[in-house]
Design a protein. Structure first.
Length: 403
């Protein structure tokens, strides 16, 4: 942790094979809204936009699209959810109370976005109290495991409820899966009770803080260690692991007592400084240039001074393979979303091109945020899409500088 005028700032990073792949900041003095659940009051309904604005007691009302109306609300109004969204003016009217969750922070002058498709994440499940479906994380690739989790989900949930098995669920026992579901169900019952006793607008539920969220979601069995430099935080993490019935992971939590700052000791500060450079060097002498715009992100691959290979084709293939490994790391680290267009160095061999695309797809699968290879365009450009996961690293660091 580091001290700022607004209070302690917590920084959490994830390192794989010595390389920084993710960074998360807890912004002092700024309360995030994403994940909050409110009892809100509908202010206005705009049929032409297919949307409504819902007052939740925050600085700006939540923008609610008709596509974010949950199944239960549609059924209650006589609509069939499987036929698609209903006209919002047929579902909501000004003055109506509605349970709503923030799904995206406001950007600039845009209002935060809300959804009535409530989701409550746990260690192993995401509970959807008003959506009747079952899903499995795409990172659970084993079919037998997927079938097992799907069967357990149907045993646990009631009709009208939904469950999505998270990545960590693939190694969880049935007892752990049942315990996690009961925990989430208890949270939901508490939200319902609070809503029944409250007058809109009212905040009903806030998600876990940054550190506990990371411990719950990312401190998995394949993680070697979790290193923390604050003794109070260290004890809180151990207590939280006990609460999650994850005593087996407590031994991997290490309290750092060195005199050198933790992020300096593990070369994190340098990597953070270099995280947003336009030019990204590759190990063999090639480099990438990364240009982020509002419309898309363009990444250009260059061979540079790659002289380790005797012929040009070998040098080009090596550079492209390195780039195919580095680009997904950059997307994760910088939290780049939307459309990403990559201009690899032109390859004469289709076999080499296949190797590069295969490497790229393999590395993209490591990303917990959905990131997909789409196609190679007619101009030979590779197109990738990645789901938005909040502010980009550039935006977060810019906000920190303003603080």
């Amino acid at each position: 942790m580091e001290k700022t005028p607004a209070g302690p700032r917590k920084r959490v990073v994830i390192v794989e094979e010595g390389e920084l792949v993710e960074v998360h900041f807890d912004m002092p003095g700024r309360r995030p809204l994403v994940g909050n659940i409110y009892k809100g009051k509908v202010e206005t309904v705009l049929p032409g936009m297919g949307a409504a604005f819902v007052n939740v007691g925050e600085r700006k009302a939540l923008f609610l699209s008709e596509h974010e109306i949950n199944d239960a609300m549609l059924v209650a109004k006589g609509f069939e959810p499987w036929r698609g969204p209903a006209p919002i003016q047929k579902v909501l009217r000004p003055g109506d109370s509605v349970l709503i969750q923030v799904r995206r922070e406001g950007v600039g002058k845009k209002n935060p976005q809300g959804t009535t498709k409530i989701s409550l994440p746990g260690r192993y499940w995401v509970f959807l109290p008003r959506e009747d479906r079952v899903g499995i994380s795409r990172r659970v690739e084993d079919r037998d495991t997927g079938r097992r989790l799907r069967q357990i989900a149907y045993e646990l949930k009631q009709p009208g409820e939904g469950l999505i098995a998270r990545t960590a669920a693939h190694r969880a026992s049935k007892e752990d899966l049942e315990r996690d579901f009961k925990y989430l169900l208890g949270i939901w019952k508490g939200i319902e009770e609070a809503a029944a006793e409250s007058t809109a607008p009212k905040l009903l539920h806030e998600p876990l803080d940054l550190v506990r969220t990371i411990v719950r979601d990312r401190f998995l069995d394949e993680m070697d260690s979790l290193i923390v430099d604050d003794e109070a935080q260290y004890k809180e993490i151990l207590d939280f692991l006990g609460y999650l019935h994850l005593e087996r992971l407590k031994g991997r939590v290490k309290l750092y007592r060195g005199t050198m700052p933790l992020f300096v000791r593990y070369d994190i500060e340098r990597q953070l400084r270099e995280a947003l450079q336009r030019r990204v060097p590759l190990k063999a002498g090639g480099f990438l240039t990364v240009d982020e715009t509002e419309a898309l992100t363009a990444i250009d691959v260059n061979t540079g001074s790659d002289v380790r290979h005797r012929n040009q084709d070998a040098a080009i293939l090596n550079t492209n393979l390195e780039a195919a490994k580095e680009i997904p790391r950059i997307l994760r680290l910088r939290k780049i979303s939307g459309i990403i267009v990559v201009d690899f160095v032109d390859m004469a061999s289709e076999k080499d091109e296949h190797k590069v695309i295969e490497r790229l797809q393999e590395e993209l699968r490591k990303d917990r945020v959905p990131a997909d290879f789409i196609e190679i365009t007619k101009l030979g450009l590779v197109e990738i899409t990645r789901r938005k996961e909040g502010e980009s690293l550039a935006a977060m660091l810019g906000d920190m500088e303003e603080d």
